[in-house]
Design a binder for this molecule. Sequence first.
Ligand SMILES: Cc1cc2nc3c(=O)[nH]c(=O)nc-3n(C[C@H](O)[C@H](O)[C@H](O)COP(=O)(O)O)c2cc1C
Length: 446
Amino acid sequence: MPRQLHLNAFLMNTGHHEASWRLPESDPYAHVDLAHYVHLARVAERGTFDSLFLADGPQLWNNLAQRPAGALEPLTLLTALATATEHIGLIATASTSYNSPYNLARRFASLDIVSGGRAGWNIVTTAGAEAARNFGLDAEPAHAERYARAGEFLDVAFKLWDSWEDDAIVADKAAGVWGDDARIHPPRHRGTYFQVEGALNVPRSPQGYPLLVQAGSSEDGKRFAARYAEAVFTAQQTIEDARAFYADLKARTSAAGRDPGHIKVLPGIVPVIGSTEAEARELERTLEEHIVYAHGVGRLESLLHLPSGALELDAPLPDDLPSEDAIEGAKSRYTLVVELARRERLTVRELIGRLGGGRGHLTFAGTPEQVADAIETWFTQSAADGFNIMPPVLPSGLDAFVDHVVPILRARGLLRAEYGPRTTLRERYGLPRPANQYTTRENALV
Ligand SMILES: Cc1cc2nc3c(=O)[nH]c(=O)nc-3n(C[C@H](O)[C@H](O)[C@H](O)COP(=O)(O)O)c2cc1C
């Protein structure tokens, strides 16, 4: 099989562009409308995407005036989508800083069972003090501390998902034996952050573990990804940066004793598609004209950890910004935004315009052929194993991608033409099913 693209549909209410909800076609209530998400999931499935994905955080994101805010809880929404789709993977974001392993491991095992092995977990450590204050803390735990907790969280989750051997259920009606207690392995975990005694209250799921996804590109984030992640979402502005990130992550994964083929790197792209280049530029311009800059300034100040009023719309960023080391929130996004502004000598207004589409992800406006060319170039030049597709407007941007870009990618042999037999999400991503850490040759049933 020649190498093929992995495509993930990153779904966000009316689209990734902050002004998308203001277009005449958009439904400002779509963010809590199940029918909207069922439609999007089915379109992505028509485009034979590997998976779809929902971002999340345990806090109210965004200034309510700016764009639709508040969202359905991802595991709940994905459970509904599991029953409305057949093949597509379902990836939910969940925080390791503001959950406990037992509850979360159970929810992911449940989604994996309900969906027939299509669950994925975008593991995030959650930046920002707002979330911390919703969980009894005054400030966010330090960046390194959040990643240390995430590591232990994963180790406990593995123990829980393995706490039932695959053949723990015997279902021997004649003998009157339903299950074999010898094949249940309580974690009895005593760690720095967690104490977890007993086995999970749901059997081992079709995939064993959900697909493990990670999305932070700081030093700690990359170290974590090399150890645990099977797919990585990342924001990269240039192919040079993306190639360097790709090579670095693959090398780190090898150094961690893992197969570098078992970590798929998926940069985000915001495709602004028109039937001509002029039409694509026009859509880009329309969206930009709908940005309310006063909202954008506040958001940028908070991302850059500046006090309110520190930025002027028609001036460049201040010279004396702190270095990434001093940032305890989202480190890599901070650096990306500052470098973008400096590299292209953008004013604050221009920077807000550039971030409006994808918050730092690559925005690419063009014809379907041009979008397909960009995807092919990054894919064949070792910058990506696939893409996180982030339509600026939903549903129209996903429709356009599936109807016009997907056929080109298929004709070039870069994307499957159909799903074929049902498989798990791990199989779609070319990943093995994890062995159960407690099953040995001696205790395996034959
Ligand atoms: C495509 C993508 C999606 C993300 N989704 C979420 C999310 O849903 N929730 C969240 O708290 N952080 C999300 N993040 C942020 C990362 O988890 C991380 O906090 C951020 O990239 C900064 O990480 P770093 O400090 O390791 O650089 C996302 C990042 C990327 C690139």
